[in-house]
Design a binder for this molecule. Structure first.
Ligand SMILES: [Zn+2]
Length: 381
């Protein structure tokens, strides 16, 4: 092939400039501060914006928290405290997604029954996916059968160690689509219990930690959230592809992807996933910062996919739930998020309509979790 002519090269660079005006601007010298600039942690400008504020202490409809991490529900005091917080927030049912199986699971189910609040909690079982080797699948599936017989109505949360940390008995990384575990996911499908799966972390955690990384501050604070060493961890996209192969193998199993699969910064990608797999749902825990910075696009997404989105909160901090209600239910503008290292930007309300609120707050959960108590929900007795 002939090298391009000078004229062609000039034309190309002129086109590149037109296509990238911001880069052309960035080449101009930037005015520099005449005072010592503050550090990223020192600079806390106070907003001067005055706009209507609508704080929402109680959700508009009764809620199922699909991603509950209350303390272990073993004694009457703890249970009473959690229920009191749920009452204040209008959380009707909480899924106990904190790891428990066998004795620990049965103990909690009994304690909640003894406290007379068995209609306020449901329990998921946890699978031990460490050191998987020949025969592990059948053993784990048997444990799953036993826990479901004891009252568990789902699996999970399966944490990000699955994919990022767990190794097999032979020392290699346990891949998400490991064939030995097929029998486990098939058993979940047969028993009709959803699998609540947390895979990876935000995509930025897998990227180089430089000053263009949108989560620089969080990664600087928490070294254990850095997954950008490719000799130790797969890339974000490779991990998600592995997860997709797992889901593709088990079309009769219901998969609930924690944190909306960490795709909230690219909802189009999440829509493609929902399109491809009708047995996949997204759970809303800890991604509010992304939804609140794109309230209009996110609202349209929720209208399109309202049957596939479930409310969940993750860490149990009662004073943080009202931020969710405010983003979902109001059209408030430019307000703070509760954790500044997640998001240094402000949030906006999505102003969801009742059909979307009902769907994400409780309808979808009542549909996909078996044996859900219906008392306390609209239409329930
Ligand atoms: Zn969790």
């Amino acid at each position: 092939m002939r090298p391009p002519s000078i004229a062609a090269l000039l034309l190309l660079s002129a086109l590149a400039l037109l296509a990238a005006p911001s880069r052309a601007l960035a080449q101009r010298p930037r005015p520099q501060p005449q005072l010592p600039p503050p550090s990223i942690t020192e600079y806390e400008p106070e907003s001067t914006l005055v706009v209507p504020e609508n704080f929402v202490e109680r959700a508009k409809f009764p809620v199922v928290d699909f991603h509950g991490h209350p303390p272990t529900l073993a004694d009457p005091e703890t249970i009473a405290q959690v229920v009191a917080a749920m009452d204040r927030l209008n959380i009707q049912v909480m899924v106990q997604a904190r790891g428990s199986s066998g004795e620990r699971l049965r103990g909690q189910i009994e304690a909640v029954r003894a406290a007379g609040v068995e209609d306020r909690f449901v329990f998921f079982t946890t699978l031990d996916l460490r050191n998987v080797g020949p025969g592990s699948g059948a053993r784990i599936a048997a444990q799953l059968e036993a826990d479901v017989a004891a009252g568990a109505v789902g699996i999970g949360e399966i944490n990000k160690g699955f994919g990022l940390g767990y190794t097999k008995a032979d020392g290699t990384r346990l891949e998400l689509d490991e064939p030995e575990l097929d029998i486990v996911w098939e058993t979940a499908g047969r028993l009709g219990v959803p699998v609540f799966l947390h895979t990876g972390d935000p995509a930025e955690f897998f990227e180089p930690l430089d000053y263009t990384n949108e989560r620089w501050l969080e990664l600087a604070i928490f070294p254990r959230r850095r997954f950008n060493d490719r000799t130790r961890y797969p890339s974000f996209d490779d991990l998600m592809a592995e997860r997709d192969r797992l889901i593709a193998k088990h079309p009769n199993t219901t998969w609930v992807l924690a944190h909306m699969s960490w795709y909230t910064q690219d909802l189009g990608r999440l829509g493609e996933l929902f399109e491809r797999f009708p047995n996949v749902y997204g759970e809303l825990g800890a991604v509010l910062y992304d939804l609140g910075r794109q309230p209009r696009f996110a609202k349209a997404f929720f209208e399109r996919w309202r049957d596939r989105i479930l409310f969940g909160k993750d860490s149990f901090q009662p004073d943080e739930y009202p931020y969710y209600w405010r983003v979902f239910e109001t059209e408030d503008e430019y307000f703070d998020y509760y954790r500044d290292y997640h998001a240094f930007w402000k949030l906006y309300g999505m102003g969801l309509e009742d059909p979307e609120l009902r769907a994400i707050y409780y309808e979808n959960a009542l549909r996909i979790i078996p044996h859900m108590p219906v008392e306390g929900f609209p239409g329930g007795e």
